[in-house]
Design a protein around this ligand. Sequence first.
Ligand SMILES: Nc1ncnc2c1ncn2[C@@H]1O[C@H](COP(=O)(O)OP(=O)(O)O)[C@@H](O)[C@H]1O
Ligand SMILES: [Mg+2]
Length: 298
Amino acid sequence: MLSITDLTKAYGTTTALAGVSLSLSPGEMVGFVGANGAGKSTTMRIAMGLLAADSGSVRWNDGPLTAAGRARFGYMPEERGLYPKMRIVEQVAYFGQLRGMPAAAAAAAAERLIKQMDVLAGPRDNVQALSLGNQQRVQLAAALVHDPEVLILDEPFSGLDPVGVDTMADVLNRRRADGTGVLFSSHQLELVERLCDRVVIIRNGRIVADGTLESLRSHGARRELEVRVDADPSWTAALDGVREVSRDGTLAVLAVDAPDADQQVLAAAIKAGRVEHFGWRTPSLSELYREAMSVDAA
Ligand SMILES: Nc1ncnc2c1ncn2[C@@H]1O[C@H](COP(=O)(O)OP(=O)(O)O)[C@@H](O)[C@H]1O
Ligand SMILES: [Mg+2]
């Protein structure tokens, strides 16, 4: 398990991180989201030892994270770090050797990964010849070649077309199923919602939310009921502390002041007519994100 505790980092007078803590367990996929400049890349670079924190710690399996521990990590930097003129398979194999693999094993793993990721290229092509999406796949292959136990991926999905996104998602899902912990940053909240076990939201160098979608939803400030009643729409008018947010035919979305007002709404619905649907509306991650961005804005 990777534990990052209380990281702070300033660049001159700019505070990039103001006490960032997060953890990553084996077999867990965590989405790291926040606006541009929130501190995602800085956190990841510090975790990878590419940048020193001003204070705080990065620990791995209950000990300090050493170079040997980091060799078990795979990293995809925000600024892609491929060599444009090196052939693709050789390049991926080279990254494997940098992480301590014997040459033959690195070459075999590179070959296998490039095939698995459907990189559209000839065996003799260099990286320069590839589309951006294919370069991205090669970059992921370079992060995976040594079979890391932890993956730290900075915007791995940016610039990919939908097929590229699916390929990347498949590869990550397979790694997670094999017990690899995956932390990735992304602006694509629907993707994070689809893929992740847990979401960490960072704002201005501080973590403002961390939890499963389920737990973030239950802490959400807004609570809305979805009720479908075969009745005249006016049945909601007399309800106290209830506001109709939207209506589509017989389906009403109702904002309630108090969570226990749901029983009062249900009773009124039953009285009005046949209740065909009744339940809490599930907010999307983008709604939860907007909420996290607006709560006690500093
Ligand atoms: N090398 C740098 N020099 C000066 N400021 C930096 C540098 N890298 C990042 N920053 C600043 O640190 C803050 C966090 O940046 P970053 O970690 O890149 O955010 P994110 O990846 O979430 O977009 C921003 O205010 C950014 O401008
Ligand atoms: Mg970044």
